[in-house]
Design a protein around this ligand. Structure first.
Ligand SMILES: [Zn+2]
Length: 199
């Protein structure tokens, strides 16, 4: 039987965690929780995706070339590596985004795997209808990924206990969550997922 749900872990990379170039406050706190989701998805044989911001050294995304952000997640650097405590399985499908030096690209929906297959195509081939989305950061890449997924008519469960925001303005994350829910995402936590599985 084809899989119907998949876990999508957004940008859980060193540069987005405390000590990184573009640290999300407490970004590392969600790692053990994401690991629990990974266990559940692995047990149920539901596919797992992990996206990575993967920038060239020169891109319009960075401040010094006209963009909004400090240098972060440069390809093949420590900052672009996944958080060392993230326990990805060997079957996890790795996705890369942000390679185009002319674009910002926040959404993991615009990401592709190593063979350059775009995520929506992979999801279609696997028969996935519902995405469980968590990771960093709530108010940027998680938001943009979720909104794109909803636009593409996927069901989305937002992992409320496994996201953290940048909060350039204090309520940015709160607003981002409200926006995602308004557009049709449903919230879920480990606790409620446990209950859902008993059904
Ligand atoms: Zn970036």
């Amino acid at each position: 039987m084809k899989a119907k749900k998949a876990l999508l872990i957004v940008d859980l990379q060193n540069d987005f965690c405390p000590g990184g170039a573009l640290a999300v406050p407490e970004g590392d706190k969600i790692v053990p929780i994401i690991n629990k989701y990974i266990k559940i998805f692995t047990k149920n044989k539901w596919p797992i995706f992990a996206s990575r911001d993967w920038h060239p050294r020169k891109t319009k995304h960075f401040k010094e070339f006209g963009g909004s952000w400090p240098v972060h997640c440069v390809q093949n650097t420590f900052g672009a590596a996944f958080h060392p405590k993230l326990k990805l399985t060997k079957d996890t499908i790795l996705l890369y985004k942000g390679m185009d030096p002319k674009k910002d690209s926040y959404s993991a929906f615009a990401a592709e795997d190593l063979s350059k297959r775009p995520l929506p195509k992979i999801l279609k081939r696997l028969g996935i209808k519902e995405l469980y989305i968590g990771g960093l950061a709530t108010d940027y890449c998680v938001k943009s990924t979720t909104l794109d997924a909803l636009k593409a008519r996927f069901k989305v469960k937002l992992l409320l206990d496994a996201i953290k925001g940048v909060n350039l303005k204090p309520d940015d994350s709160k607003k981002a969550i409200q926006q995602m829910l308004k557009k049709g995402a449903k919230k879920i936590t480990l606790k409620t997922l446990g209950r859902e599985k008993c059904l």
